[in-house]
Structure formats: structure tokens, C-alpha cells
Design a protein around this ligand. Structure first.
Ligand code: ATP
Length: 785
């Protein structure tokens, strides 16, 4: 076990994890010394076998390392070195190597395959060794035999390192020839010659041992082949064990005494076994370079399999999104709370002031009707009317403030908090939706009221100048006959700057003018604006100019103006006198979704739809709009005549964004600043997200079909990226656009043109209940918008 322990110790010391083991040599020497026939050969053969068996045992238990054992054998006979593993008995030369010490030239080193191989070689050595008969020993060893076992081991984790990175240990089993007295052996001739050589070499060995004990002066290693070969082992840099054999016979007492003298001398030699690092500087540098490159490649592989920067960026992005959504939820909750409290207040006011009206409103449109039809009443009673005027000052820049009055006045509970986000871009649709809804409700309520309340006044008002806004002038309640009441028999009365003119319009006249008004608005040059506030103002300005133009055209112009206000969901004053006899049909002509009528009557609607669609698709691309938004919109609006207004709104929104970005300006959206650059980044992120979803959402066959359809090679490593890059990128090819939409829809979830989605775009014109969820976009919907 001495060998196994030795190897283990050396292995542990050198195989620190993470670095290769440097090549080293660990020497072990065991030899038997004693007079002839005292049992040296007998002892050494046993020790050799047990030692090798022990080493094999150790190897078996240490599978984490790979061991290579090499075996060589020599004999020193009459001061000649001979290879016992070779048939050739030519003496071998001894060479001096600066690194390895004395080496035997051309010595055969057999790599041990297994135990049997070892025993075969031992047997060969016994056959080859010089043995002779003497008086004392029938089979006396006439030579010194040195069996050398070299064991090389390396940890399996360092496979691939060169030889210099493994551990090398060697052990020498030495069976010396016995010292003999000629008088005792009666040798003569050859035996005598052998005996003299044996004795001389043993004498040198004794001298070397003695010198080593004192460590003084010259040590005559080179005086004999034996000491020269064993120099590295005897010199102290090895573990050395000596077995001294003696004969118990009284006749051999002199020899025994000499042996004990040798043993006592040898015991005083202090050895200092060290692991000899045999790596040269050059090999060391080479080794370190290899180690560095190995670690570098490991690092590269690691970063490729786990892109740290990507993951970090993704996490940061997700955190931002979560933060943003939280803020939105808080904002919406706050608005709802405020709106609810306002509605309660208003309900209280209405209850106090016009109980009969409340009964009627609640009957048909609980709560919501309060806002829609009695904003001023509420405002006046709660002192908010002045606040509204202030808002108007903010919204309008002087003359044309028709829309601004409406912006703060008409909508559901939200709009009363006029300092909220009404003027930000994402609320455009919402406001339009709300306004349109309010218009519908206004008309519907008017119908209802005309039937049920008979004489109830519905108040809306158009102002071209906010300075005209005077509660006394504009406010008409059910108890105060309005000036319009005198003319209300004829139908609608439009009040503009206090001037009220009768409008007797047939529904066909109204319909005709819608197209003109819409186109006029759509084509009107947008002013350079920095924010959506200005965008709203601009819309109002356009309407105002439209209105002025139509005024010059007389009665029909009036109708156009009226329609334009309806279309823009603006706030015309429509008064219905207490005695008016307006028919339901006429009200509906005015109050119904104008685009519905528009679409129905548009003779060339299909081609018009295609034109709008194409223009929108191109603007989406130019503005780097979200692919999901494009998809939803594209799939939602497929050419129904009622789609016209949605498309018109989207077109205007996109034109505005394009113009703003082209001027280097930014847009505030959901409290976030949106620039041309940030839109591009957002779009890139979205494409990355879609790329990831391809594997998750589509089966293998679906993916392959899709790649083939898009002309992508299945063998390409980048086919996913190429596909995602191609989505929505060819705006000229509407077929490809449709395919893009279908793919995106599939990746993010199916899209049905249902009500919820229309609400998502804030374009639902239908009256909605006043539950919290129905007001505008929900947080998540907003996010998608
Ligand atoms: N421990 C032992 N038990 C039994 N027999 C032994 C023992 N030691 C030696 N012998 C026997 O003694 C005889 C001499 O032994 P061996 O050849 O090993 O002596 P030696 O010291 O090597 O002699 P030489 O120096 O002449 O080669 C052999 O026949 C051997 O079998």
C-alpha cells in the first residue's frame, strides 16, 4: 500500500480543480541488501508482486484518473547494463540528461496492459537474469536487478492536455547480488570475476550511503553503474526503503555484522522526497496559453447558451413594463374614483333640481345620462363651470374653440376632470368614441324624452369663441323657454355665436354633405403641433373653418356644418323646443353614426376602403407602429361601410404622428414620450418577442409550411428571424400584408372582430353601461393599443 498511498498523496497535491497538473516525477526505491543466499531475491520478488497488485488496486478505486504503467528491467552484470526485456544482450549505455538525470539508452519500456502482462514480463526477466550456482546458493543471482515501474496518471477532466500536465511517479525494485566471501563461496573463474564486480559495486554503494549520511564531500555515485543508475533515488529526493537480509547461521556472523553495519549507516541517511516538476519554462508558457484559451472558449460557450446581456435587458424591459402597467392601473383607478364621486355629486344636484328629469333619464340611461345631458347644470351647481372655462382657455388658442368646449364638457365621467389625460394621443380614439357615444345617446334620449317627457329640453351648445361662453346665454333648462323654442317647430336649431338659424333638412341632404365634410377634414393640412392638445385644437380649427365656409353657402352649408360637428363628435347646440314636433326619423338622421349612413351611401366604398387601407398600411410602416396594433386593426376592419370612421380616425392619427416625427418632435403617449427612434426600438422589441413565440405557438409542421410559403429555406439557421423581419414589411403587397396579419394574430392569439376589440381601439359608438370596465380602454387594452 505504500505505492498507492504515495500516488494518492501526489495526486491530491497536484490535481487542484480548474488547472492542469504539471508533469512531475516521484521516485521510490526499495532494495534488498545482504549476503548471498540470505533471501534477497525471494523477498524482492514477493514485494514487487504485492506492490504492483496494490497499485492495480489503487487504480481500480480511482476511476476519475487515467493511469498508464510502464515497465522496464535491467541487470548490471559485471558492470555492464543489459536490458532484461530484450533478447539482445548488448550492453546499454548510460547517458546524462540535465533534466532527467542518468538515463539508459535504448531501454525498452513496456506499457502494462494488465496483471497477466506484468507476470509475463517478470517471468521473462527471471529467464534472462544471470544466475549461477555457488557453494552457498544453487541459483545465486550474479547480477544486480533493477525493475522499474513508471506510473503516469492524469485526471479525466484534463484529457487533452499534453503529457507535461500529468503526474509521473517511478518505483525501482532492486535485487542486489549478494555480497560474498570467496573463502565461503569457493568461487573461481567466472564466479570469482562476478564476485569481484559484485563486491566492488556493493562497496561503492556502501560508500555512497556512508557519504550520504554525513552529507559532506563528494559522493561517488559515478564509481559504479549501480550507484549511477540509482543516483536520483539514493540522493535524497526519493523515498527509499532497504531490506537487509541475514543468515541465521553462526558461520555467517561476520557477513551479518557487515550487513547490520550497512543498515545502521543507511538508516542515518535522511531523504527529502519531493515532487519534481519537470515542466520547462517553454512548456509551462505553452500550457498556460492552452489553459487560457480553454477558459476563453468555455466562457464564450457559456455566454452563447446564456446571453447575459440579452437576459438582463429583457428583465429590465419587463420591469419597466410592469412599472408602466402599475402606473396605468393606478391612474385609471384614480380617475374612476374621481368620476364616481363626481357622478354622485351630479346625481345629487339633479335630484335636487330636476327630479322629473332624473326619473326620465334613469329610466333609460342610468347615471350616464346625467353627464351627457346636464353637464352644465352639474357644473353650475357644483361650481365647476368656471373650471371648464379655464379648461377652454387651455384648449383653445383664441378664436376657434368650438371643439374645446366640447372636449371638457361631453363624455362620460372622465371628461369632467379636464386636467386628466384627455389631451394625450391615446385618448383620441377614446374621446371620439365617448363623444360619438354621447351624440348617439343625446339623440336617443331626445327621442325618449320627446316621447316621455314631452317638452324636456336637451342642451348642447356650439361655441366658436370661448368668450361667448356665458352660462346665462347658453344655459337653457327645462323650466326656461329657450329662444330656440320659437323656431323649434321646424326641427333643429343650430346656435352659432348666439345666432340661431332654422334648419329644415331632409335626411338625404344631410347624407350628401357628410362625404364632403369628412374629406375636407381628412385633407386639411395639419398644423405643426407638439402635443395632442394641439392636435385636438387643430381638429377644432378645421371644423371651425369648415363651419365658416359652410356659413357662406347658406342653408345647406349649415347642414354641412352641423354634420361636421356630428362627425367630429363635437358639441353643437341642438335645441329642441318644448313644443317642437321633431320626428324620430329626423333625429336619427342627425344623431346616428354618420359614417354608417355614409358608408351605406358611398357608391364607391369598396375601392375607397382599399385606398384607405393601403394608405394606413403605408403609414403604419412609415411610423413604425406596433405589428400587433396593425394586425388587430387590419383584421377588425374588413370593409364594412361602418368601418369608414375608424379608418378615417386611424388615418388622421397616423398622419399626425408622421408629421410630428418628421419635424423631430415627440408625442406623449400613456405618459411616455414617443419619438421616431423609440418607435423603431419598440418595433424591434416586438419583432424579437414574436420571433420567440414562433416556436411556442406553432407546431413544427405549421412552422415548416409557413417558412416554405415565405420562400425560406428549412435548413437556414436564421429562418425565424427572416420570417419575423418580413412581417408587415412589404406594404405594397396587400396579400403579404394579409398573411402577415394572420401570422401575427396566430402568434399573439386569435382576433375576432367582436365588440371588445372595437372598444380596445376606443371606437365603440354604441351606448355603454357606466360600469368601470366599460369606460375607455382597460389598462391591458391600452397597453395593446
Ligand atoms: N523467507 C524464506 N522462506 C523460505 N525460503 C527462503 C526464504 N528466503 C530465502 N529462501 C530460500 O533460500 C534460498 C536462497 O534464497 P535467495 O536466492 O533469495 O537468496 P539470495 O540472497 O538472493 O542469494 P544470492 O545473493 O546468491 O542471489 C532460496 O532457495 C530461497 O527459496
Amino acid at each position: 500500500s505504500i505505492w498507492g498511498g504515495l500516488l494518492h498523496e501526489a495526486g491530491v497535491r497536484r490535481s487542484s480543480k480548474g488547472s492542469c497538473i504539471f508533469g512531475c516525477k516521484w521516485h521510490q526505491l526499495i532494495f534488498a541488501y545482504g549476503q548471498t543466499s540470505s533471501g534477497k531475491t525471494y523477498a524482492m520478488s514477493g514485494i514487487t508482486e504485492y506492490a504492483v497488485a496494490d497499485i492495480y488496486n489503487y487504480i481500480e478505486k480511482h476511476r476519475e484518473r487515467e493511469f498508464v504503467m510502464k515497465f522496464s528491467a535491467i541487470e548490471i552484470y559485471n558492470e555492464s547494463v543489459r536490458d532484461l526485456l530484450s533478447e539482445d544482450s548488448t550492453p546499454l549505455r548510460l547517458l546524462d540528461d540535465p533534466e532527467r538525470g542518468t538515463v539508459i539508452e535504448k531501454l525498452i519500456e513496456e506499457t502494462l496492459r494488465d496483471w497477466n502482462h506484468f507476470t509475463e514480463l517478470i517471468a521473462l526477466c527471471e529467464t534472462q537474469r544471470q544466475i549461477g550456482e555457488t557453494t552457498l546458493n544453487d541459483a545465486s543471482s550474479r547480477s544486480h536487478q533493477i525493475l522499474r515501474l513508471t506510473i503516469q496518471s492524469s485526471a479525466l477532466e484534463f484529457q487533452g492536455c499534453d503529457k507535461s500536465s500529468s503526474l509521473v511517479a517511478s518505483v525501482n525494485f532492486v535485487d542486489l547480488a549478494g555480497s560474498e566471501r570467496v573463502s565461503q563461496t569457493n568461487s573461481a573463474g567466472t564466479r570469482l570475476k562476478e564476485g569481484s564486480h559484485i563486491n566492488r559495486s556493493l562497496l561503492t554503494l556502501g560508500t555512497v550511503i556512508r557519504k550520504l549520511r554525513g552529507r559532506n564531500g563528494h559522493i561517488p555515485f559515478r564509481d559504479s553503474k549501480l550507484t549511477r543508475i540509482l543516483q536520483s533515488s539514493l540522493g535524497g529526493n526519493a523515498r527509499t526503503a532497504i531490506i537487509c537480509t541475514m543468515s541465521p547461521a553462526r558461520s555467517h556472523v561476520e557477513q551479518s555484522r557487515n550487513t547490520l553495519l550497512f543498515a545502521s549507516c543507511a538508516k542515518e541517511v535522511v531523504t527529502n522526497a519531493q515532487v519534481n516538476v519537470v515542466v520547462s519554462d517553454k512548456a509551462l508558457v505553452k500550457q498556460l496559453e492552452k489553459e487560457v484559451s480553454r477558459l476563453e472558449s468555455e466562457l464564450r460557450n457559456l455566454s452563447m447558451s446564456h446571453p447575459i446581456s440579452d437576459s438582463t435587458a429583457l428583465l429590465r424591459e419587463k420591469d419597466l413594463q410592469i412599472e408602466m402597467l402599475k402606473k396605468e392601473v393606478e391612474e385609471v383607478t384614480r380617475k374612476l374614483d374621481y368620476a364616481q364621486s363626481r357622478m354622485k355629486d351630479m346625481a345629487q344636484v339633479v335630484e335636487d333640481d330636476v327630479p322629473h328629469l332624473r326619473e326620465s333619464m334613469d329610466l333609460h340611461y342610468p347615471k350616464l345620462s346625467m353627464d351627457l345631458h346636464y353637464p352644465k347644470l352639474s357644473a353650475r351647481k357644483t361650481g365647476d363651470f368656471e373650471n371648464q372655462q379655464e379648461n377652454l382657455n387651455v384648449l383653445s388658442d383664441g378664436e376657434d374653440s368650438i371643439g374645446s368646449f366640447h372636449a371638457s364638457q361631453h363624455s362620460d365621467g372622465y371628461s369632467f376632470s379636464s386636467d386628466e389625460n384627455l389631451f394625450q394621443l391615446p385618448d383620441l380614439e377614446k374621446n371620439l368614441s365617448i363623444r360619438s357615444a354621447s351624440m348617439r345617446l343625446s339623440i336617443a334620449n331626445m327621442d325618449a324624452l320627446s316621447n316621455e317627457s314631452n317638452g324636456l329640453i336637451t342642451n348642447t351648445h356650439t361655441h366658436s369663441n370661448q368668450t361667448d361662453l356665458n352660462p346665462k346665454d347658453t344655459w337653457i333648462d327645462s323650466n326656461t323657454p329657450s329662444p330656440a323654442a320659437n323656431t323649434a317647430n321646424s326641427g333643429l336649431t343650430v346656435v352659432d355665436n348666439g345666432d340661431k338659424k332654422d334648419l329644415n333638412l331632409s335626411s338625404s341632404e344631410l347624407k350628401e354633405d357628410k362625404v364632403y365634410t369628412l374629406n375636407h377634414i381628412a385633407n386639411h393640412e395639419t398644423k405643426s403641433l407638439d402635443s395632442y392638445t394641439n392636435f385636438v385644437d387643430h381638429s377644432q380649427n378645421v371644423e371651425s373653418s369648415t363651419r365658416k365656409e359652410t356659413e357662406r353657402n347658406g342653408l345647406k352649408g349649415k347642414a354641412m356644418e352641423h354634420k361636421s360637428l356630428n362627425l367630429m363628435a363635437d358639441h353643437e347646440i341642438i335645441e329642441k323646443g318644448t313644443n317642437s314636433m321633431i320626428t324620430t326619423k329626423k333625429f336619427k338622421d342627425v344623431g346616428l353614426d354618420p359614417m354608417q349612413v355614409e358608408g351605406e351611401n358611398h357608391s364607391n366604398w369598396p375601392s375607397e376602403f382599399k385606398r384607405l387601407q393601403k394608405e394606413i398600411v403605408e403609414l403604419w410602416d412609415a411610423n413604425n407602429i406596433s405589428l400587433i396594433h396593425r394586425t388587430y386593426f387590419f383584421l377588425l376592419f374588413k370593409g364594412d361601410p361602418s368601418d369608414y370612421i375608424y379608418m378615417e380616425v386611424e388615418l388622421r392619427r397616423l398622419s399626425y404622428i408622421k408629421q410630428t416625427f418628421s419635424q423631430g418632435n415627440q408625442i406623449v403617449e400613456n405618459g411616455h414620450t414617443l419619438t421616431s427612434t423609440s418607435s423603431i426600438k419598440k418595433l424591434r422589441r416586438e419583432r424579437r418577442m414574436l420571433r420567440k413565440k414562433i416556436r411556442r405557438r406553432l407546431s413544427k409542421s405549421e412552422r415548416e409550411n409557413m417558412y416554405l410559403k415565405w420562400g425560406l429555406r428549412l435548413s437556414s439557421k436564421h429562418k425565424r428571424s427572416q420570417l419575423v423581419k418580413g412581417l408587415w414589411s412589404d406594404t405594397k403587397d396587400m396579400h403579404r400584408v394579409g398573411e402577415s396579419a394572420a401570422i401575427v394574430a396566430k402568434l399573439v392569439g386569435s382576433v375576432e372582430p367582436n365588440q371588445a376589440l372595437k372598444e380596445m381601439f376606443g371606437l365603440n359608438f354604441a351606448p355603454r353601461p357606466t360600469s368601470k370596465k366599460s369606460i375607455g380602454c382597460t389598462a391591458s387594452m391600452k397597453h395593446i393599443c
